[in-house]
Design a protein around this ligand. Structure first.
Ligand code: FES
Length: 86
């Protein structure tokens, strides 16, 4: 499922406003890696927790921890896997 997240918005807030739920086993602390999403377009920062869970190649391909993604200055498009998608 592709989600467009507007600027200055946390992906988690964007998803919740649409009643879309991703797996967040650790409560969004960056400890479980269950919330992986793929940023399709737009820039998002890579933080320390992303670096723990993903290889450099995966980061280059856009993989991030969904609980940590923030759309800063521009809208981003993110591919998410919801709980119902298995
Ligand atoms: S919810 Fe656990 S790492 Fe994101």
């Amino acid at each position: 499922m592709l989600i467009i997240c507007p600027p200055n918005t946390r992906l988690q807030d964007c998803l919740l406003s649409r009643s879309i739920h991703i797996l967040t086993a650790c409560g969004g602390r960056g400890n479980c890696g269950k919330c992986a999403v793929k940023v399709i377009s737009g820039e998002t920062a890579i933080n320390t927790m992303d670096r723990l869970w993903f290889s450099e190649e995966q980061l280059e391909a856009g993989w991030r921890l969904g609980c940590q993604v923030f759309a800063k200055d521009e809208q981003i498009t993110v591919e998410v896997k919801t709980g119902s998608e298995g």
